[in-house]
Design a protein around this ligand. Structure first.
Ligand code: NAD
Length: 438
């Protein structure tokens, strides 16, 4: 079986590599020539645990290929997966220009029946738009090759993307023909050995399922953040409250960790796009709008605490930052709350020295020489007036408090992820600020 995957970012590359791992011949296509060059050499341009080894194995077996030529990519393929980015447009709706460019290329290139699968997160109705563009290009060619559309939203998490793809909680597939459903079933069969379901539905329902899932997760985060803020005001501890509510089986304990607001390449843009989709129907998603508003507020939770501690004056204060990525096990800094805090600190005249185990290069591209890049976590706090912990990388969890005390000018810790034990930190002579810890 042969397939093509268009777009070799976090989703496309993982999708292509994991399908190749099951014996399928996969050609990955990208417009970024530099990326294609690196990938052909067996180098993964992103940080994703386990991906490089698997990718190299499949390149060596001849099952995984890379090209910038879409025509070559989809030759003889039974399915083509569109996995390009869908960034937010100016009005908050998903910008479909990459998806529609790919659709046009597919229409110009297909030579035989193919299933066009949209894996990118796209608003309801996108499948129809893609179908129309492909049909238009085929008509220009005077060709009536049959093709089918499918929607197959992706639920992988950066940082555990390979594991998530190989052992998915569920696979959602929207199709409109039995032929397309059959091809999708065949492709995904190897991933269903753990008895997790493959859910077939209509295309619109599949498209909205992805947005609804992300909006639900974002809702849990904004909810627990608000309760944490209330705990701060009342002198209660959110870590008890979280356990207290999470042990109710109707609520569950996942995704109830307070912090500095959700970020990353998906939640912020998907929440916005869902609100926009509803507005286009003349409907207001009031809960989701409140989730977004609460998140905007939460992103500045630490700068407010820092300002308060330093009596509204951060000028020339030296702040060490642990963590730049929007979450651990990734180098992705898109919409990262650490970058948000850094920009606020710089605006207040503070000096920033930061360290992240994987995202230093990405941060350098975004922040340039406006901050200092540390060689390690303890280098980041040399002479610092405070530490702000922004990403809960495992290596930050049990810090050497003696070393920290010796290096820091002032012993103050702002724990944006509640990973430290306040009592232990205070016992070592530090001032501790968490999120909702009273
Ligand atoms: P990304 O930005 O990492 O990668 C997109 C890739 O597409 C880039 O390499 C880019 O060069 C390529 N591209 C753009 N236009 C192209 C074209 N015309 N032809 C070929 N390649 C082209 O994006 P990503 O994070 O992998 O996300 C892709 C989609 O998947 C988005 O819709 C996103 O919302 C969704 N998604 C992402 C995640 C995640 O965790 N990153 C999870 C689930 C779903």
């Amino acid at each position: 079986m042969k397939i093509a995957v268009i777009g070799t970012g976090y989703v496309g590359l993982v999708t292509g590599t994991c399908f190749a791992e099951t014996g399928v011949t996969v050609t990955c296509v990208d417009v970024d020539d530099n990326k294609i060059r690196l990938l052909k050499d067996g180098t993964v341009p992103i940080y994703e645990p386990g991906l490089e080894t698997m990718m190299r194995r499949n390149i060596d077996k001849g099952r995984l290929k890379f090209t910038n030529d879409i025509r070559k990519g989809i030759e003889d393929a039974e399915a083509v997966f569109i996995a390009v980015g869908t960034p937010p447009g100016e009005d908050g709706s998903a910008d479909l220009k990459h998806v529609l460019n790919v659709a046009r290329e597919i229409g110009r290139s297909i030579g035989d029946y193919i299933v066009v699968v949209i894996k990118s997160t796209v608003p309801v109705g996108t499948s129809q738009k893609v179908e129309a563009v492909i049909a238009e290009e085929l008509e220009k060619r005077g060709n009536d090759i049959k093709f089918d559309m499918a929607s197959n939203p992706e639920f992988l998490k950066e940082g555990s993307a390979v594991e998530d793809f190989l052992k998915p909680d569920r696979i959602v597939i929207g199709t409109s023909t039995p032929e397309a459903a059959e091809i999708m079933k065949k492709l995904y069969k190897p991933f269903l050995l753990n008895n997790h379901p493959i859910l077939f539905m209509d295309i619109k329902s599949a498209e909205i399922t992805k947005y609804a899932a992300n909006a639900m997760l974002a809702t849990r985060i904004s909810f627990i953040n608000e309760i944490a803020n209330l705990c701060d005001l009342l002198g209660a501890d959110i870590s008890y409250v979280r356990k207290g509510i999470g042990s109710d089986s109707r609520i569950g304990n996942k995704f109830l960790y307070p912090g500095t607001g959700y970020g990353g390449s998906c939640f912020p843009k998907d929440v916005k796009a869902l609100i926009k989709t509803a507005e286009e129907q003349g409907y207001s998603l009031n809960v989701v709008k409140a989730v977004e508003k609460a998140n905007e507020y939460q992103k500045s939770v630490l700068i407010r605490k820092l300002m308060k501690h330093f009596h509204n004056n951060l000028k020339n204060k030296s702040i060490g930052i642990w963590g730049l990525a929007f979450k651990p096990q990734t180098d992705d800094i898109r919409e990262s709350s650490s970058i948000f805090l850094i920009n606020m600190l710089l605006k207040e005249g503070a000096k920033v020295k930061a360290y992240d185990p994987a995202a230093m290069d990405e941060a350098r591209k975004m922040l340039g020489d406006r901050i200092t890049y540390a060689s390690g976590q303890y280098d980041a706090i040399n002479g610092a007036d405070a530490l702000a912990l922004m990403t809960e990388w495992p290596e930050f969890r049990i810090p050497d408090l003696h070393l920290m005390a010796a290096r820091m000018k002032e012993k103050v810790i702002f724990d944006g992820r509640n990973i430290f034990e306040p009592a232990e930190i205070k016992e070592a002579g530090f001032v501790y600020y968490g999120i909702g810890r009273g």
